[in-house]
Design a protein around this ligand. Sequence first.
Ligand code: ADP
Length: 264
Amino acid sequence: MSRISADSLQEGLRTKRFGRSIFFLHKISSTNDFGKRLAAHGAIEGTVVIAETQTSGRGRLGRKWFSPIGGLWFSVILKPSMGVTKAARLVFVAGLAVAETLNNAYGLRVETRWPNDVLVNGRKVCGILTETNITAEKVNFVVVGVGINANFIPEKALPATLRKTSTSLERELGHKVQLELLFRALLENIDDKYDLLVGKNYSSILEGWKKYAGFLGRQVEVSNETRRFSGLALDVDYEGALVLRLDTGETKRVLVGDISLRTK
Ligand code: ADP
């Protein structure tokens, strides 16, 4: 089955909190938006929204995330008892869970790219969007959205502008994958990693994530709305900042930006 069968989403799911309640929709604007509405109306932690296609999927900074049928598009509602700074670590929880799951399940050469992408063969196979709802520094809920380009061929299903930078599981593996199995494996892995975070073992998450971070030790360019830096990617520090050694020799921490590898 290359499409999702709603009946079997919960079958055999071994999670502590995730997926006790699952909303499955054929088509939705954005699973994160729906998740935020559910959370605001008191949905329990671990509630999942999954859709076959999103009409207004989003990335960071309101950028469009294309979500054709055949992909795995879902969001999970979390209610961590932690401040905003710690909740920001969830992006590494999700990134590590996705990288590890794709590696274990399909043996793909997976990489994480700061801050929120997962790549295969240098191309984006997954996007992650975490959105936090706060009142005066207190986190009410976080919605973690995960989008995996699974059963479609990017050249056919995504705009031409994304052809060089995107890939899909079907393109990399040469066959379709079972979406329910992938969904279950991902939820179980995110559930485990979230346990580590809640259990104050963030270091193991960050270290795990960095093992997949192929850009570390490479020459990169980082740009954000105001600046552009280039240099050697030295580290991602405890606060999640990218640490660069600029061409001037100065060390620079960057908190927000988009990274690309520098080619000579
Ligand atoms: P980044 O991945 O750089 O952090 P975002 O998380 O904001 O950026 O994701 C949105 C960007 O991802 C879009 O501007 C577009 O370039 C790209 N994109 C959109 N949909 C897809 C997709 N299905 N697969 C791969 N890349 C995509």
